[in-house]
Design a protein around this ligand. Structure first.
Ligand code: WQD
Length: 306
């Protein structure tokens, strides 16, 4: 809970109709992780716990290395001791500026452009090497750009401070928390000059995790360590996303064209066919559905704040 409150836990309870067990702890605390695994029968762990702000990681690399690597090493040690399957939340950021798109799982990883991206690559290697050495099983899911919220508007993203990512900045501008959205550059070599990304709906992304855990628990893996791109396979530009948000929510967004943001890649999107064939998973929600849910979530937060 270093970067959030219990809003989303309460939302999960409301959606499920019961309170799933929640243990508040720091995964960098080795003894606490050992105690957790000793006191529960855990078939699979999905490791999300990491700092994820690219810009912050450049300013505070040691904070990112200590937290993101230390926590995952504790989880791997405990998983090794208990024979627990491990699902790691990785990121398309490992591909950097790809040589060709769409990227497949065989596309080369590029040297990381931030300490945050470096922690993702290093944790993939920790998992790969642990599987090879200790007979463990692990899957890394490389998320493209997660966006949106649960259709119930009871859970969604809660960025602290000024959002780095596009969609929360859009919804906060629309609700009036931000004055104006800056579109970072419209002079890229793309159809409308703005960057292309593969925006994956958060509910579709969640379902991919269920498929991956099921694959491990049911012993369906082809290899003990597997990697899957989790994206839609559809490139969408910043301008297309802004226009779709305005259209589906019936509003006009205040935005301006600003200079390019350092570190942005021009275009990256997934070839998701491996996840479709092996996980039996395919993104199904449209950008419009996702942006409507994102807006509903922002309005829910605003109503709560009153
Ligand atoms: C998307 C596009 C911006 C904000 C990052 C991390 C990645 C993952 C997802 C954690 C870009 C443009 C953005 C704004 C804009 N993070 N943009 N105005 O940079 O593709 O990926 O977040 O897992 O690892 O690298 O996502 O949402 O920041 O930017 O014009 O106010 O929107 O230039 O083209 P990104 P993003």
């Amino acid at each position: 809970m270093s970067n959030c409150d219990d809003t989303n836990y309460k939302g999960v309870c409301a959606i499920l109709g019961f309170e799933p067990e929640f243990v508040k702890m720091d995964f960098c605390d080795t003894a606490a992780v050992e105690q957790l695994f000793d006191s529960h029968k855990i078939d699979a762990v999905i490791h999300f716990a990491a700092f994820k702000a690219v810009g912050e990681s450049v300013k505070e690399p040691l904070m990112y290395y200590k937290n993101n690597l230390g926590s995952f090493l504790n989880v791997l040690e405990a998983a090794k001791a208990h024979g627990t399957n491990v699902l790691f939340s990785s990121s398309a950021t490992v591909y950097g500026e790809p040589d060709e798109t769409p990227v497949t799982e065989k596309s080369p990883r590029k040297s990381a452009t931030s300490p945050y991206g470096n922690t993702k690559q290093m944790c993939e290697d920790f998992l790969r090497d642990s599987v090879a050495a200790y007979g463990m099983h692990g899957i890394a899911l490389r998320y493209f750009n997660p966006i949106g919220a649960h259709p119930s508007a009871l859970i969604g993203e809660l960025p602290r401070g000024v959002p780095n990512n596009l969609v929360p900045f859009i919804t906060q501008t629309a609700i009036g928390k931000r004055e104006c959205l800056s579109i970072f550059g419209n002079d890229y070599p793309t159809p409308d000059g703005t960057c292309l990304r593969d925006y994956i709906d958060i509910v579709d992304l969640a379902k991919a995790h269920v498929c991956a855990v099921r694959r491990m628990i049911d012993g369906l893996m082809d290899e003990p360590y597997e990697i899957f791109n989790i994206g839609t396979g559809r490139p969408v530009s910043v301008m297309e996303l802004v226009t779709a948000f305005e259209k589906v929510n019936g509003l006009k967004l205040n935005y301006r064209i600003a200079p390019r943001r350092a570190g942005d890649v021009t275009a990256v999107w997934a070839d998701p066919s491996l996840a479709e064939s092996k996980l039996g998973w395919k993104a199904s929600r449209t950008v419009e559905e996702t942006l409507a849910a994102a807006w509903a979530w922002e309005k829910h937060l605003a109503a709560k704040a009153q």
